[in-house]
Design a protein around this ligand. Structure first.
Ligand SMILES: Nc1ncnc2c1ncn2[C@@H]1O[C@H](COP(=O)(O)OP(=O)(O)OP(=O)(O)O)[C@@H](O)[C@H]1O
Ligand SMILES: [Mg+2]
Length: 323
């Protein structure tokens, strides 16, 4: 049990609860734009929860409402048992936030960025110094402690922003697109750091439009599109429910894919034509490929793979996650 702003919070209670959450933006001369259109979800303590969706789905808008920096238009929202409309400062002091755009102070060095952020939270100077060193080690940036932030790589800046978000020992860390724009190696380093936080029991809430990231990091996720939840579950359960076990990808050349597709009907459960390839959803990809060849169709390239969250998204919306 722990006390939060004078209210008793059961440890097993969700740390975040959203019911029919709505956010509209005013647009001059037009009807209000609905960016978040009635989202309902709960996040349990220690869980790693993801919002997976394409550009403009409403992920950052939702994160800003959870982070108590943007007010909701309608619906219920409770963060650590508190209503952000009434307890904004209390909520903000208990959260760690990694915004989509890094907002580090480029003129200061890495260590100073952490120190000053800690002071902003009202931590004593000595505590900030200790915390800064501890977090630089956690972010594997000890040798960059005195480097100006402007001189750090994108991956280093992202790690520093995460370190900064941890200065107040938050129970919940909000990560808006933690690895967008990073190369594969930098993404893996970052995933490793996030795994460690998860192991320590920090609740992670992250947005991403990378299905591999969602599969790697999320215990549970919602697939969001145009401000609405399309599906919810663990990565494995979403794939099981909305896709076949395997996918056969065949390429016949961009001019021929559309033309060949009707001849693939009946081979798997479903055929999906993309501009650059045709996807055949099936429980046995190798067998499907044999059938394709037996029908006298000779793909330029072929690939059998497991279904992924990308396939779930395609199935639910008819579109790809990354445009
Ligand atoms: N301040 C604002 N005023 C008006 N419209 C906004 C504002 N902020 C966001 N929007 C609109 O709301 C929708 C959702 O935006 P949001 O930033 O939440 O999407 P997102 O899922 O985070 O996308 P991305 O993957 O590109 O970061 C978009 O259509 C966006 O243009
Ligand atoms: Mg965003």
């Amino acid at each position: 049990m722990s006390w939060t702003a004078g209210r008793l919070l059961r440890v097993s209670a969700p740390v975040i609860s959203a019911q029919n959450l709505v956010k509209t933006y005013k647009v001059k001369g037009k009807p209000d734009f609905v960016a978040v259109d009635g989202l309902s979800f709960e996040v349990a303590p220690g869980e790693s929860f993801g919002l997976l969706g394409p550009n403009g789905a409403g992920k950052s808008t939702t994160m800003k409402m959870i982070g108590a920096v943007s007010t909701r238009t309608a619906g219920e929202l409770s963060i650590l048992g508190l209503d952000p409309d009434r307890y904004g400062p209390e909520i903000r002091s208990r959260l760690g936030v990694v915004p989509q755009q890094d907002n580090l102070d480029g003129e200061l060095n890495a260590r100073e960025n952490l120190y000053i952020y800690g002071r902003y939270f009202g931590l004593p100077g000595k505590v900030c110094q200790e915390k800064a060193d501890e977090l630089l080690a956690f972010a594997q940036l000890e040798d960059k402690a005195k480097s100006k932030v402007d001189a750090l790589s994108g991956g280093m800046k992202r790690r520093l922003t995460i370190a900064r978000g941890l200065i107040n020992d938050p129970r919940i860390l909000l990560l808006d697109e933690p690895t967008t724009g990073l190369d594969p190696q930098a993404r893996h380093v970052l995933w490793d750091r996030l795994f460690r936080l998860k192991e320590r029991g920090t609740t992670l809430v992250l947005t991403t439009h990378y299905m591999d990231e969602a599969e790697q990091l999320c215990d549970r996720l919602v697939v969001v599109d145009k401000g609405c939840i399309m599906a919810e579950g663990t990565p494995a359960s979403l794939i099981r429910e909305h896709s076949s076990r395997e996918v056969l990808e065949v390429r016949f050349g961009s001019a021929r894919n559309q033309e060949v597709a009707p001849q693939l009907q009946g081979i798997g459960d479903r055929v999906e034509v993309l501009p650059d390839r045709v996807l055949v959803y099936t429980d046995n990809g190798e067998h499907a490929l044999e059938t394709v060849t037996a029908r006298g169709l000779e793909p330029i390239t072929s690939l059998v793979r497991r279904s992924s969250l990308e396939d779930v998204f395609l199935r639910l919306t008819g579109r790809s996650l990354i445009e």
